[in-house]
Ligand binder design. Structure first.
Ligand SMILES: Cc1ncc(COP(=O)(O)O)c(C=O)c1O
Length: 382
């Protein structure tokens, strides 16, 4: 069994048609930042609303026909990301055929969200902070009561070999641990065996990430309870809705406040500030995800301390007032690296320009990715 989207190649195109029709009617949220486009033959189809009345007969496909449809579906997607290789413990190997990069429909991660994931950037043929991400991955699995199918060393080798098979030298690696397939019950007790999946993604955008100063808004979507916020599970609905809400407000992302009203994090990034006294401050990680980028930035920032550009570095409770009055504000994460924020809600941050400390920290992390120590750069044997 495969996931529904893979078997219904028209579903996605119709959703895209739907997004186009939403756009025509002034709803921008699905399409504004989505780089994916389909070939013209797919774009001319009916909208999702039309399709509800137009689908009358569903073909029964042979497995060969189903595979051919999957292949056509993948070939017709002209996205900015290419999927170069996938490992699946279900088939116990690596494939470079995007049509075969599917997961079982009865996997507990698919129908109950019982799975965890993590990432690692691939830079110049090295995996950046693989071990730090792997530690968090296994912690998340343990907190989610998922017993991995392999030991840590094997998972690490599988991930490195998947990148090697992909031949990708610049991109990203994403991987999941799930309770695995079995049935469609709530309890994972009938899942046969936990599963591991990994995929290598090459981003074809001209220069990504390339974030200039962005605007953020306070998120009205409820933040996850700390028990769930510290786990990198696949339950990202609040995160997605927070992102959508921000985009609808013309902002890059939403900033969550914790249950007591203190600054927490963004939907897939941490947040930090440089105060008027030149202190780098960051919220504690006890109620939010412990970001690998944020933690690395805390270490790298020590050189700015030595140079006298920073007067202090502190992980502390951060009030909204402190954040909004800061000289600089930044987002930190594997996807954005160090992204300057120039406006939070109606408040312009500092002088409204990208701050020098933010820029210096971005330079430090990019440098670290290119030539950091062996503890953060794992060579991929191609
Ligand atoms: C909720 C959340 N916070 C923070 C981060 C930043 O973590 P990292 O720097 O490890 O990418 C992420 C990244 O995925 C995230 O999803």
């Amino acid at each position: 069994m495969f996931s529904l989207q893979q078997f219904l190649p028209h579903t996605s195109s119709k959703l895209l048609d739907h997004s186009l029709s939403l756009k025509r009617h002034g709803h921008r949220r699905f399409h504004r930042h989505c780089p994916t486009t389909l070939s013209s033959s797919h774009q001319s189809g009916p909208s999702l609303c039309d399709s509800k009345t137009q689908v009358s007969r569903v073909p029964l496909l042979t497995s060969t026909q189903a595979y051919e449809k999957l292949k056509t579906f993948r070939e017709n997607i002209k996205g900015k990301q290419q999927f170069l290789a996938m490992y699946s413990s279900i088939f116990g190997g690596i494939t470079t055929d995007p049509a075969a990069m599917v997961i079982p429909m009865d996997d507990h991660m698919v129908h109950r969200g019982h799975g965890v994931f993590d990432t690692a950037a691939i830079m110049d043929g090295y995996l950046y902070e693989l071990d730090q991400h792997l530690d968090r991955f296994l912690r998340s699995a343990s907190m989610s009561k998922i017993d991995p199918p392999f030991d840590r060393g094997s998972i690490r080798r599988i991930l490195i070999q998947t990148v090697s098979a992909s031949k990708c030298r610049k991109g990203s690696l994403r991987y999941w641990l799930s309770a695995g397939p079995g049935d469609f019950q709530l309890s994972p007790s009938c899942c046969h065996r936990s599963s591991l999946y990994a995929i290598v993604i090459q981003d074809l955008s001209p220069s990504s990430p390339n974030f200039r100063g962005v605007k953020v808004v306070t998120s009205s979507i409820p933040i996850k309870h700390p028990k769930f916020a510290i786990t990198k599970s696949v339950n990202y609905l609040p995160n997605v809705l927070s992102k959508v809400e921000a985009e609808e407000a013309g902002a890059f992302v939403g900033i969550w406040l914790d249950g007591e009203g203190f600054v927490a994090e963004g939907p897939n990034m941490n947040v930090a500030f440089v105060t008027k006294d030149k202190e780098l401050i960051m919220p504690h990680f006890d109620k939010i995800l412990s970001g690998c980028t944020a933690k690395r930035v805390l270490t790298l920032a020590e050189s700015l301390l030595r140079e006298g550009k920073l007067k202090g570095i502190r992980v502390k409770t951060v009030t909204v007032e402190e954040g909004k009055q800061a000289d600089e504000m930044m987002l930190l994460g594997s996807g954005v690296l160090v992204c300057p924020v120039v406006q939070w809600d109606e408040q312009v941050i500092g002088d409204g320009k990208e701050g020098p400390i933010t820029q210096a920290l971005l330079n430090l992390i990019v440098e670290d990715m290119k030539s950091g120590p062996s503890t953060v750069r794992i060579p991929v044997p191609y």
